[in-house]
Design a protein around this ligand. Structure first.
Ligand code: SAM
Length: 501
């Protein structure tokens, strides 16, 4: 195995987008705290990390169905049978603060070398391959003229989105993601009258090796990044409660919330795209959670008005009266710039900036639907201040009844300087970053010496000296290697008429 290093180029971004991001990460407040050079170098490091996959694959296990240890053993047996591991065992790690996840180290970068012929896949498909997937036929853009099932091929990702579907070759910017064996011929992929489905290339020699979770113990394991799992824990749903997930598809967090409630109570899941709502229903069924009710609905209009009451079409469904829910999750649509790996994004600056107003509209609805004393969690999977810390500052200003509360568990870093939040407020936010501490706020718990660290609530007796260090290192590595995730705001508070606009 090669020494772990950056092997892919930084993500291809439009110049104005790259400049915008650089301005965010070298903002005045941050530079005053850490210095210009340090801020610049952290930003460059962040870009390098973004084009690479995380070092761990994280799966959430269905502890409402079976104990985590039993699921781990079943997973171990399945992985042993995968040809890519040659019958060997790969470690399956637990996380001491998040009991319902298992972590599998990603092996790579491996010394795989491109051979010919070449197959070009879309950037999203290429990203999925780097996280362990095989190539599904709809993701294939270009294949050699005479490619037939059984041929060995090299797979490249079209990082700038320039390759036309059906091309026989491609000279644009491409990144090698591994070698595989064609499961279909070129004609099956491009000349079929029916929409093409199924695996097109089975990866046998990927640059990054992690298991394909396609159809692997579907009712017991759910592929989900650690920060996403943390979100539902922070929301803290309890059996019997009524919880709203406002932007829910495909239902990763919805199903987690249902599992944490042990299937007792009601989880209402909304999404505005009907095909995606079907995915929520399928996932709820696979994970055996019938407390989930999914509706296709625009969440900005989810509060019942006089007019809506008259024309209300769905019994018990949206729109809902004010103060209907004990807890509300706003996992907002966002610019998604924290997803890893991400080798390129063709979005304009205007598109990236378009999310803040939509998130604010959704936030207004969230607050109105929350019961007095209820809990609201706001999360994104992007890195901008505008969609994270600035939203928190705006929300605290706009809704005086909301207060920031500590998060449990808190395993990410703190919020980032630049939105005018105090250090105490930033410490209450959770920003996951693969780079050394991004916040510029002193006192990051991960950087404190072990003896000054407060044990997490509920932690058992301290481990023996050597083990302690080992756990800390694992923690730190896991935290830093994961997908960059935005700030999470947990808000408590009585709802009150004055906050309505
Ligand atoms: C970040 S994704 C949600 C991921 C999901 N929470 C999970 O964990 O699986 C954001 C979702 O918001 C949906 N969305 C965007 N605007 C919306 C709106 N106005 N109302 C409801 N859903 C919306 C998108 O269709 C998308 O599925």
């Amino acid at each position: 195995m090669l020494k772990k290093s950056f092997v892919f180029p930084k993500p291809a971004l439009r110049p104005e987008v790259q400049a915008h991001l650089r301005n965010i990460f070298t903002n005045k407040e941050l530079v005053a705290a850490v210095g210009h050079e340090e801020a610049e170098s952290r930003f460059d490091e962040l870009l390098c990390h973004l084009s690479h996959p995380p070092s761990f694959t994280c799966v959430r296990v269905s502890t409402h169905v079976e104990p985590a240890d039993a699921i781990r053993e079943r997973l171990r047996a399945e992985l042993r049978q995968m040809s890519c591991y040659n019958g060997g065992d790969i470690p399956i790690l637990s996380h001491s603060q998040v009991p319902d996840v298992l972590l599998l180290p990603v092996i790579g970068p491996r010394p795989a070398l491109p051979e010919s012929p070449e197959v070009i896949v879309g950037a999203q498909c290429g990203n999925a391959v780097l996280r362990g997937a095989h190539v599904f036929a709809p993701g294939i853009l270009s294949a050699p003229k005479h490619m037939k099932a059984g041929d060995r091929v090299s797979v490249f990702s079209d990082v700038e989105g320039r390759c036309t579907r059906g091309a026989k070759d491609f000279q644009g910017k491409k990144v090698f993601v591994g070698n595989g064996v064609a499961a279909m011929g070129r004609a099956d992929i491009f000349c079929s009258d029916e929409p093409v489905r199924g695996v097109g290339i089975r990866m046998v020699d990927p640059v990054y090796l992690s298991p394909s979770f396609d159809d692997l113990l579907p009712s017991l394991v759910f592929l989900q990044n650690l920060p996403s799992v943390v979100v539902s824990h922070v929301l803290g749903p309890r059996p019997g409660e009524r919880v709203l997930d406002m932007c829910a598809a495909p239902g990763g967090k919805t199903t987690h919330i249902g599992a944490l409630m042990k299937g007792e109570g009601e989880v209402v899941a909304l999404d505005k795209i009907s095909a995606k709502v079907e995915r929520i229903r399928q996932n709820a069924q696979i994970l055996q959670l019938d407390c989930i009710k999914a509706y296709c609905f625009n969440s900005t209009q989810a509060v019942r008005t006089e007019h809506a009451q008259l024309s209300d079409a769905v019994a018990d469904g949206p729109p809902f009266p004010e103060e209907s829910f004990d807890r509300v999750l706003l996992d907002a649509p966002c610019s998604g710039l924290g997803q890893r790996p991400n080798m390129g994004c063709s979005w304009s600056l205007r598109e990236i900036r378009s999310y803040q107003p939509l998130q604010r509209k959704l936030f207004h609805t969230a607050v109105r639907l929350l019961k007095r004393g209820g809990v609201l969690v706001y999360s994104t999977c992007t890195v901008t201040l505008a969609e994270n810390e600035e939203q928190v500052a705006w929300a605290l200003d706009t809704f005086p009844c909301l207060t920031l509360q500590p998060q449990e568990p808190h395993i990410g870093g703190q919020g980032m300087l630049g939105a005018g939040l105090s250090h105490d407020q930033l410490r209450l936010l959770q920003r996951f970053s693969p780079v050394r501490e991004m916040s510029g706020v002193p006192g990051d718990p991960d950087l404190d010496p072990p003896r000054t660290r407060r044990p997490p609530p509920g932690a058992g007796p301290p481990p023996p000296a050597g083990q302690h260090r080992h756990h800390r290192l694992l923690h730190r590595q896991v935290r830093q290697d994961l997908t960059v995730y935005g700030a999470h705001l947990r808000s408590h508070g009585p709802s009150c008429a004055t906050r309505l606009i």
